[in-house]
Every structure is written in C-alpha cells, then in structure tokens.
Write a protein that binds this ligand. Structure first.
Ligand code: RBF
Length: 176
C-alpha cells in the first residue's frame, strides 16, 4: 500500500468483544467467486473478534436486488427465539454492464438496506460492492494476486465483519 494512502477503515477504534453476539449473513449469488471471498473475509473477522461459529447464520438470495427483503426474512426467522440476531451483514456484488440496471439496483439496494436497519432495530452492514469493472470487484475482495500468487489487495468483507461486531455491541449495550 502506498505510504500516502489514507482511504479505508483504519485502526483507530478498539476491538469489540463478539463472544455474546449472533450475526446473520445474507448474500446474493451473482458474481459468486467474488461473493465467496467476501463472505469468507467477513466470517474470519467475526471469528477473530470472538463470535462463535455456531452464532453465525448464513442464507442466500438470488441477486443484490433481493438483499433488503432477504435481510428482513433472515431477521424474522430468528426473531423472538434464542437465536435472535444482533446484526446482519448483507453482501452483494454489482458490476456495471451496458444497461441502466446497475444504477437502479445500486440505488434501490442502498436505500433499502439503510431503511431495513431502522425497521428492524439492528445494524445492517452495507456489504454491497458497486464496481465499474470486474477488476475492481476482484481487488475489493482481496483476489488480486502478485506473480507469486499472494494476495495484495484488501478484502472488504473483513471490514464488514468488524463493523457488524462493533455496531451490534454498541446497539446492545447502548454505548457509543
Ligand atoms: N444482481 C447482482 O447481484 N449483481 C449484478 O451485477 C446484477 N446485474 C444484473 C443485470 C441485469 C441486466 C439484471 C436484469 C439483473 C441483474 N442482477 C444482478 C440481478 C438482480 O439483482 C435481481 O436478482 C433480479 O433483477 C431479480 O429481481
């Protein structure tokens, strides 16, 4: 990473204890190679922050447009039970094509997910990549490799895992 680079989540907040949290992940099935890497990144960060594997609940929807409603369905499936969810990470990958679909779906899903978290009363993490090219999508999922095959790009799924734990913790304990 260039020394001058400032973009990204940074390392200025403390690490939150995820051991008592239950986190849902709902992901679209379009662009599945990139999705798989992002989901793995989110799950590994959740584990690193103490969320037990048995407290992670995963489901899928066809495409990104289905993410807001899929998020609600996942929340409702656990509502009022011992497994009630503290946060949901909604993951999709939109890659711009030759029609206006990209713009309409990006806009609808962004607004839909923002609204869903207030409707449900838990944080909904915005795990939607809106990419102009396939290369951008690979880069943001940590899938750009050097000549030795080692990844040298950042997997944003990890940031979403960390954001889910932090926001769920803050919501549950009413701390900011
Ligand atoms: N879903 C995605 O998750 N990523 C995409 O890049 C994507 N591109 C689409 C492009 C077109 C032209 C269409 C018709 C759908 C696309 N979808 C994509 C699927 C969309 O999110 C949704 O699943 C379907 O439109 C059914 O509601």
């Amino acid at each position: 990473m260039a020394a001058t680079q400032i973009k990204g989540l940074g390392d200025i907040d403390k690490s939150y204890d995820g051991s008592q949290l239950r986190v849902g992940i709902v992901h679209a099935r379009w662009n599945d190679k990139v999705i798989a890497a992002l989901v793995d990144g989110a799950k590994s960060k959740l584990a690193a922050m103490g969320v037990p594997e048995s407290n992670i609940f995963l489901t899928t929807v066809p495409g990104s447009y289905e993410l807001p409603f899929g998020t609600k369905v996942l929340y409702d499936a656990h509502k009022g039970k011992e497994t009630e969810l503290d946060a949901i990470i909604s993951i999709g990958v939109l890659i711009k094509g030759h029609t206006m679909h990209f713009e309409y779906i990006s806009d609808a899903v962004s607004h839909g997910l923002m609204r869903t978290q207030f409707d449900l009363g838990i944080p909904v993490i915005f795990g939607l990549l809106t990419c102009l090219t396939e290369e951008q999508a690979l880069e943001r999922a940590g899938l750009v490799v050097n000549e030795e095959g080692a990844s040298h790009s950042h997997n944003h799924g990890e940031d979403w895992g960390a954001a889910a734990v932090e926001m769920a913790y803050k919501n549950k304990h009413h701390v900011l």
